[in-house]
Design a protein around this ligand. Structure first.
Ligand code: KG4
Ligand code: ZN
Length: 346
C-alpha cells in the first residue's frame, strides 16, 4: 500500500509518500518547507501569512515528491492508494490550505482520503521503520509539541486514551515563551537547548510544577512566570543566559520524565513512546532513557527518530497506513478541517 501524506496545520508545508509492506511503514519521500524564517520577524506564527505560504508552496512540493518516487497509471492517476491529510487540530486557515488541496486531488484522481488527527500523526511518527508486530502493548505515549502536552495510553494501534494533558501552556510553548523573554530567538526550544549546553554556573532553582500531583496533568505557565521573577531580581541575568536556559530546560524535562514514568508504572506499560517537536530535545531523550533504564528496565522505549519529531508529512502518511485498515476512508465531499479537533482515531 502507498499513501501520499499532506500536512499544513501550522507553519510547515509538508508532503510525504509512505509505503506499508510486511508490517512496516517506510518513507520513500519526505519534504518539508519551513516558514520559520518568515515568522521569526514577528516572534511567532502569523496565521494569514502561514496560509498564503502553504498555498504558494504546496503544489510545487507535491509535484517534486511525486515525480521522484511514483509511477503514473495510463489514465493519469498516480500510483497511490490513499491521500492522508491533517484535518486538525491547528490553525484553521493553514488546515484549509491542505484539506482543500487534498479534496481537489481526490476529486480529480478518484483516490479516497484518510483524515488524520495531527496528534495521532505525531504518535505514528514513532513507528516509522519499525516492525509493527514487535510493538508491545499497552504503551504509554508522551506527545510534547508547541501546541500539546499529552500523556496517553494505547492498548493497541487503534485505541488512544488520554491520561493527562497540560492545563495551560504546552511544553514547546513554554520553551518558546521563555526564549522570547530571554531574547534568544524563535523557535525557543532549539535555542534554549543549544545555549543550555554552554552553561557553566548555577542560578536559583525554578519550580517543577505539578511534579508530585497524583494525576497525569501538566502546567507550565507558572514556570514561565517564575523565570520572569528571577530575571527581574537578577541585575546581571544577561550574562547568565546559558545558566537560566539550563535550569529552565531541566525543570521542564524533570516534570515530563517523572510523569511519564509514573504513568507507565501505574498502567503496567510494556512500551513507552516519546513523540512531538519537543522530543527533539536531547536532555529529554537522555534523561528519559536513563530513568527508564533504572526504574523500568523491562519496558521498551521508543524515541521518535529526530527526522520525524517536529511537524512533517511522513507522520501523517504513517498514520494513514495505520488508519487505512481500521476506518472507512472519506470522499472529497465529506472531508472537513476542524481547528479544535479532539484526539481520536474516529
Ligand atoms: O511538533 P511541532 O513541530 O509543532 C506542533 O505541533 O506544535 O513542535 C514545535 C515545538 C516548538 O515549540 C519548538 O520550540 C519545540 O517543538 N522544539 C523543541 C526542540 N525542537 C523543537 N523544544 C525543546 N528542545 C528542542 N530541541
Ligand atoms: Zn505538531
Amino acid at each position: 500500500m502507498k499513501i501520499l501524506g499532506i500536512e499544513t496545520s501550522c507553519d510547515e508545508t509538508a508532503v510525504a509518500i509512505a509505503r506499508f509492506e510486511d508490517d512496516r511503514i517506510e518513507i520513500d519521500s519526505s519534504l518539508i518547507s519551513s516558514q520559520i524564517d518568515i515568522h521569526r520577524q514577528y516572534g511567532g506564527v502569523v496565521p494569514e501569512v502561514a496560509a498564503r505560504e502553504h498555498m504558494k508552496t504546496l503544489i510545487p512540493m507535491l509535484e517534486n515528491a511525486m515525480s521522484s518516487v511514483l509511477g503514473w497509471s495510463s489514465d493519469g492517476r498516480p500510483d497511490i492508494d490513499y491521500i492522508a491529510i491533517t484535518t486538525g487540530p491547528g490553525l484553521i486557515t493553514s488546515l484549509l490550505a491542505g484539506t482543500e488541496t487534498a479534496r481537489s486531488l481526490s476529486f480529480a484522481w478518484g483516490i479516497p482520503l484518510i483524515p488524520v488527527n495531527h496528534i495521532i500523526g505525531h504518535i505514528a511518527a514513532s513507528l516509522i521503520g519499525r516492525n509493527l508486530s514487535s510493538i508491545d502493548f499497552p504503551a504509554v505515549v508522551l506527545t510534547v509539541s508547541g501546541g500539546h502536552t499529552i500523556l496517553a495510553l494505547m492498548k493497541d494501534f487503534s485505541s488512544v486514551e488520554i491520561l493527562g494533558e497540560t492545563r495551560d501552556d504546552a511544553a514547546g510553548e513554554a520553551f518558546d515563551k521563555a526564549a522570547k523573554m530571554l531574547g534568544i530567538g524563535y523557535p525557543g526550544g532549539p535555542a534554549i537547548s543549544r545555549l543550555a549546553k554552554s552553561s557553566v554556573g548555577k542560578v536559583a532553582m525554578l519550580p517543577r510544577p505539578m511534579i508530585d500531583s497524583p494525576d497525569f496533568d501538566f502546567s507550565f505557565s507558572g514556570l514561565k512566570t517564575a523565570l520572569l521573577y528571577e530575571l527581574k531580581k537578577d541585575a546581571s541575568w544577561e550574562s547568565k543566559i546559558p545558566d537560566y536556559c539550563r535550569e529552565y530546560e531541566q525543570a521542564i524535562v524533570d516534570v515530563l520524565v517523572s510523569k511519564t514514568i509514573k504513568a507507565a508504572t501505574k498502567n503496567n506499560a510494556r512500551t513507552v513512546i516519546l513523540s512531538g517537536g519537543v522530543a527533539s530535545n536531547e536532555r529529554l531523550r537522555v534523561d528519559l532513557t536513563g530513568t527508564m533504564g533504572r526504574k523500568l528496565p523491562d519496558t521498551a522505549l521508543i524515541l521518535t527518530d529526530k527526522a520525524y519529531t517536529t511537524d512533517n508529512a511522513a507522520m501523517i502518511a504513517a498514520a494513514g497506513c495505520l488508519l487505512a485498515g481500521t476506518k472507512t476512508p472519506a470522499s472529497w465531499r465529506e472531508l472537513k478541517a476542524n481547528s479544535n479537533e479532539s484526539l481520536g482515531l474516529r
